[in-house]
Write a new protein. Sequence first.
Length: 288
Amino acid sequence: MNEQKLDSLINLLDDPDDSVFNLVLNEILKEDISIVDHLEHIWETSLDSLVQKRIEFIIQNIQLSDTKAKIKNWANEPMLDLFEGFFLISRHHYPELKLKTIQVQLDKIRKDVWLEYRNSLTSLEKITILNHIFFDHYKFSVNHSNPDSPQNCYINRILDLRKGNPVSITILYTLIARSLDLPVHYIDFQKGPLVGLFDKDIAKIIHGHDSDRSVLFYINPSNKGAIIGPKEVDYMHNVHEMPDTNKPTEPCPDRIVIKRLIEQLIVAYKELGVDDKASYLDEIAAIL
């Protein structure tokens, strides 16, 4: 849409007739996110509160549609990037969020861990150092005081507040561990998410190129990275009579990991009575 036609449509936004607004809305929503800058300029220069309110609504819908399309494209990629999925979910609520800003913060954590590494370290020793930096130095933890807050699910807020829920903290821990070339994967354990450290290349495990999925041990990010042995997890699995479909050693696909995060958000927004947000997230969850 050229700028002249867009301005002509925007000039109709002061019409109090909702049917006129709906016609304008349908036309503008056919455009992509590139028109948001122009809409924001109109919002800043307008003195009409009705026009400003309607422009805010249009911008929000364009940004939500753009995020939904990006998540759908992400889910269809043959090689999924867990960080990208986490970022896109956060971007739906914080549309101005910059990828580079988050990457710099994650890389700072990675470097702080890496500087403590030595070539001769075992996997257990590397995890011990990661736990020290992640939980003791940066003080990441589960937000017990406000466990159902949506803010626990957004990566920028987790990095700012050092608080999250069991799912988001486990995802963040997994991202840092992978950036250090540790063969880890998110484990969708029914008693709470864990991180499994495997003795095989995680890329092979994810894509099914290796039938040997032997796990060395598990890490519980909800409990300051406590190390749990395979036998202990098997015992918990059997004692609680968990269904066989939830095998404790089965790596959870990254697509499903992000779906679990979205499910946490849906519960949080429903608790707050923000049904439009919950409905939008339901649509995204259905994509995954």
